[in-house]
Design a protein around this ligand. Structure first.
Ligand SMILES: [Zn+2]
Length: 386
């Protein structure tokens, strides 16, 4: 029979195992930010199709490459209780964030507040941004494909930390990052969770991509603030007049569709952005309002109406979201009631609505070649531990 202490340890190990099993997308804004939105915004600022793909893929790859992906396993975190620390020390393990979490996912190594970045994170972001700018300068002077690739990858790596710095604020100096919130379905990595913070993240992504574009010397049209704002609204807002949020898996598809619709509209408004070398993979979709068919059944009372066609973009709340974010869809909306005998039903659109989309390319995740240059730890006489 296991002793009480040992049973306790088994219990703790089970928790650790569960945590490790659930971390695939736990430590970063979901791919609707790192990949989808970053691709669309880069494209909007005149980066070519392949260049935007590389920026967005490098951003996403930070979560998948072995030397950059988030870790939660080793090291002692201060958020753990002393009892937990003791238990894990007994079996030679402990919970905590690692250097990768601080370096690539912008967790703060010191306590911080939600929506406010610590000065340590700010400083670190400046160095990642400076690195990207230096590589853009190299690309401009060398004009080689290799130098350009390096610069675009550095932009993606910077954007990853920049975006995470907002969703990961308030989890600084915490032993398990935001795992505890993920488990109770409150992950900060979902864009609609903390809309004000997510808006800061995307506004900064827009601002920085515009600066990087200028440094690259790309002279292309600039989408209006209003157009960019519509993408941001579509990705973050909750549907109007609807108390329920869209379930997370549906929301991901809905955000993907919203971005694909936005890109199609962007290319229509700014044909210069259309990359002739990459034929756009477009598709159409029609939202069909409710269509009734009257069913006659012998000897069973009056004829009964039956819904025969009703199509949504993913689901009804997603369609609501499209109407909220995009004025031209809202304008087409004409709520109507249709009555059949004693049954009346209110529908969203009285006429079919046709929408065009440009399919986003699949991620092309680069394998990072990590170059470690370890600076020796140095102190001068004024540095002492707190
Ligand atoms: Zn991350």
């Amino acid at each position: 029979m296991a002793s009480k202490g040992f049973r306790h340890l088994i219990h703790k190990s089970a928790i650790l195992f569960t945590l490790l099993g659930g971390t695939a997308h736990c430590f970063a804004y979901s791919d609707d930010t790192h990949y989808t939105a970053s691709f669309a915004i880069a494209l909007a600022f005149g980066f070519g199709w392949e260049q935007s793909l590389l920026i967005a893929s490098a951003n996403q790859a930070v979560d998948t490459n072995v030397f950059t992906k988030p870790t939660i396993h080793t090291g002692l975190g201060r958020g753990a209780t002393s009892n937990e620390v003791r238990q894990f020390e007994k079996c030679g393990a402990s919970l905590g964030l690692s250097l990768q979490d601080y370096y690539f996912h912008c967790f703060s190594p010191v306590a911080d507040k939600r929506g406010e970045r610590s000065s340590v994170v700010e400083e670190h972001l400046k160095s990642l941004e400076a690195n990207a700018n230096e590589l853009i300068d190299n690309s401009n002077s060398q004009k080689s494909a290799e130098a350009t690739t390096r610069a675009l990858v550095a932009i993606g790596i910077y954007l990853h930390c920049q975006q995470d710095s907002w969703s990961h604020s308030s989890y600084g100096d915490h032993a398990v990052g935001h795992i505890a919130d993920d488990i109770i379905g409150q992950s900060p990595d979902e864009l609609p969770r903390y809309p004000t913070i997510s808006r800061k993240a995307l506004a900064e992504t827009i601002d920085k991509l515009e600066r990087f574009r200028e440094k690259f010397g790309l002279k292309r049209p600039t989408p209006t603030k209003e157009e960019l704002g519509q993408l941001v609204n579509a990705l973050i807002d909750e549907p109007a007049g609807h108390n329920k949020t869209i379930p997370v898996p549906d929301r991901k598809i809905c955000n993907q569709k919203a971005t694909e619709y936005w890109v199609a509209r962007l290319i229509k408004a700014y044909p210069e952005l259309y990359d002739q070398s990459v034929p756009a993979d477009t598709y159409e979709y029609t939202i069909t309002p409710v269509v009734y068919e009257t069913v006659y059944e012998l000897q069973k009372g009056p004829p009964q109406p039956r819904v025969v066609a009703e199509s949504y973009l993913i689901n009804w709340p997603c369609q609501e979201l499209f109407a909220k974010a995009f004025p031209e869809i809202r304008a087409k909306r004409r709520p109507d009631t249709q009555s059949f005998h004693n049954i009346t039903r209110t529908i969203d659109w009285a006429d079919p609505v046709h929408l065009s989309f440009v399919k986003l390319p699949p991620e092309k995740l680069p394998l990072f070649k990590v170059q470690l240059s370890v600076n020796p730890v140095f102190n001068d006489k004024s540095d002492y531990e707190r």
